[in-house]
Design a protein around this ligand. Structure first.
Ligand code: FMN
Length: 398
């Protein structure tokens, strides 16, 4: 090889190394500063090549070590609200199922969530269903999961929460309770969760709506729900120290009669709860789903759930006469989606599936867009927007 050819090769090599170095530095910088475009167009499409459950586990582990982009934006007073006697710095929360075992609470507050819900947690450890049990429906911006309450059990999470030095004022912690698959008395499972987690929780969620535990959703029937909630509320009221608010999380696939029955039960003592989470994943499959995994068994979440969830919020707000705070969840991926849920009757909003497509910077984006929408409509705070569209018929939004 001649000297001049060697020179060209050397320059080319340095050029490639320099470009590679710069690109890596940009990627690392972008991922730690939470650059939205970088996440949406490079990082998350790359993550899509990893098996969905492995990607989920990796995200939780990174967040557990605080390797997540910190939201450095200034808190916006318009997004703050007071509910259950607690200050929520913003209305965007992490939905149950992402941090099932309470591993990355700090990390989730760091990315800017106003509240974080961990779980579902079952009394005894159980493995859940066999893998594969999570599927990305990429073209539909959706997920189907049939995890089936894989849980490390109450005691492991209690230990974690006991050892964790949660900073004060960092946000509100919800703890979502499930039941064991082989349990013969559901009420006992939930009551045990209430007693054990009460000292750690700003609110407790009674999850009777996951589609992946046989028989669970029948606990939403009028008689069954009364029987369950009476015991749960009694157990909470008998606690001597902290008595956290009790919320019930309902399904997306309820008949009009079932929704009326639930509203009737949860607004009347001795079954009266403090709030309702609307809603869990759906077992329905909209006809326009395009992705290859659309026929997998499990609960569908993300974009295709959005309208159904918002309609259910509007109905539950009307049926409960706005007496109970609603946490709206299902298909939220931007400020407009969150705003629609709030105007339909939600006081707070949660997200999960959209994180899988846009990464953690989505939280900052939703808050920024929501604040802007409130300002454009001359609405001073989130609480002033709650239920503004609740009186409208659902048909208007179809
Ligand atoms: C992979 C996965 C696991 C979930 N696990 C739980 C769970 O353990 N408990 C629960 O109450 N909801 C669980 N959910 C439901 C979510 O909390 C939420 O209600 C639903 O996904 C709709 O919100 P999204 O469209 O923003 O994802 C899970 C959802 C997903 C995608």
């Amino acid at each position: 090889m001649s000297r001049s050819t060697r020179n060209v090769w050397r320059k080319l090599k340095y050029g490639i190394l320099t470009c590679g170095g710069i690109a890596s530095a940009v990627l690392v910088y972008g991922s730690f500063t939470g650059h939205e475009l970088l996440y949406r167009s490079i990082l998350m499409p790359a993550v899509a090549y990893i098996d969905p459950e492995n990607a989920h586990t990796l995200a939780v582990k990174l967040a557990a070590h605080s390797l997540v982009p910190k939201d450095r934006s200034m808190p916006d007073k318009a997004l703050e609200s007071k509910l259950f006697g607690k200050i929520f710095p913003n209305p965007i929360g992490l939905a149950a199922g992402f941090d099932k075992h309470g591993e990355c609470i700090e990390g989730m507050f760091k990315i800017g969530f106003g509240f974080v819900e961990i779980g579902s947690i079952t009394p005894l450890a159980q493995p859940g269903n066999e893998r594969p049990r999570v599927f990305r429906l990429k073209q539909d911006k959706a997920i189907i999961n049939r995890y089936g309450f894989n849980s490390v059990g109450h005691d492991v999470v209690i230990n974690r929460l006991t050892n964790e030095k949660r900073r004060v004022n960092q946000g509100v912690l919800g703890i979502n309770l499930g039941k064991n698959k082989t349990s013969t008395c559901a009420a006992e499972d939930y009551v045990s969760g209430v007693k054990k987690f009460a000292p750690f929780a700003d609110y407790l969620t009674i999850n009777v709506s996951s589609p992946n535990t046989p028989g669970l959703r029948s606990l939403q029937g009028k008689k069954e729900l009364r029987n369950l909630l009476e015991k749960v509320i009694k157990a909470r009221d008998e606690l001597t120290q902290s008595r956290p608010p009790i919320l019930v999380k309902i399904a997306a696939d309820l008949t009009p009669q079932a929704k009326e029955d639930i509203a009737d039960v949860i607004t009347k003592a001795p079954y009266k709860v403090d709030g309702v989470i609307v809603c869990n994943t759906t077992t329905s499959r909209p006809e326009d789903l395009r992705s290859q995994h659309k026929h997998e068994t499990g609960g569908l979440s993300g974009e295709p759930l959005k309208k159904l969830a918002t309609q259910t919020i509007r109905e539950m707000y009307t049926l409960t006469k706005g007496e109970l705070p609603i946490i709206g969840v299902g298909g939220v991926s931007n400020g407009r989606d969150a705003y629609e849920k709030i105007r339909a009757g939600a006081s707070l909003v949660q997200i999960y599936s959209a994180i899988a497509y846009e990464g953690f910077p989505i939280v900052k984006k939703i808050k920024r867009e929501l604040a802007e929408l409130l300002r454009n409509d001359n609405i001073g705070s989130v609480s002033d927007a709650v239920g503004l569209d609740a009186g409208e018929s659902n048909e208007k939004f179809l």
